[in-house]
Design a binder for this molecule. Structure first.
Ligand SMILES: [Zn+2]
Length: 117
């Protein structure tokens, strides 16, 4: 669980002088940024794994190619109702954006979303 903000952790671990950190850490010949990175990791801020959205399709027996899934990590998602039978979603990660359109020609799309505890 993250109890401090990233800014608070970095403030606690500012370089106090050319040879030590505010927390007292001082190891001659060791990297202060590496010490700060370790402090961030200890506070729950791990390295972010960013993966651009990937569109995966499957080939049907008819030879038609259809959307199977869109996968990304650490992405920004924007999902929006466009009409009764049309939802649009943008997935952006690592500077790449994928637009996904969910629609049906005959019925209204019903969607449910729940926030996982
Ligand atoms: Zn420190």
């Amino acid at each position: 669980m993250i109890e401090k903000s990233m800014e608070e952790v970095l403030i606690e671990h500012q370089r106090q002088s050319t040879d030590s950190c505010l927390c007292g850490w001082a190891k001659l010949g060791h990297s202060h940024p590496a010490h700060q990175a370790a402090a961030l990791a200890a506070a729950g801020f791990g390295p972010l794994h960013v993966r651009a959205p990937e569109v995966r399709c499957v080939d049907l027996a008819t030879g038609e190619k259809v959307l199977d899934e869109v996968v990304a990590s650490n992405a920004m998602v924007h999902l929006e109702v466009m009409d009764d039978n049309h939802w649009w979603m943008a997935i952006t990660a690592a500077g790449k954006r994928v637009d996904v359109n969910l629609y049906t020609k005959r019925a209204k799309i019903t969607a449910v979303a729940e926030v996982e505890p």
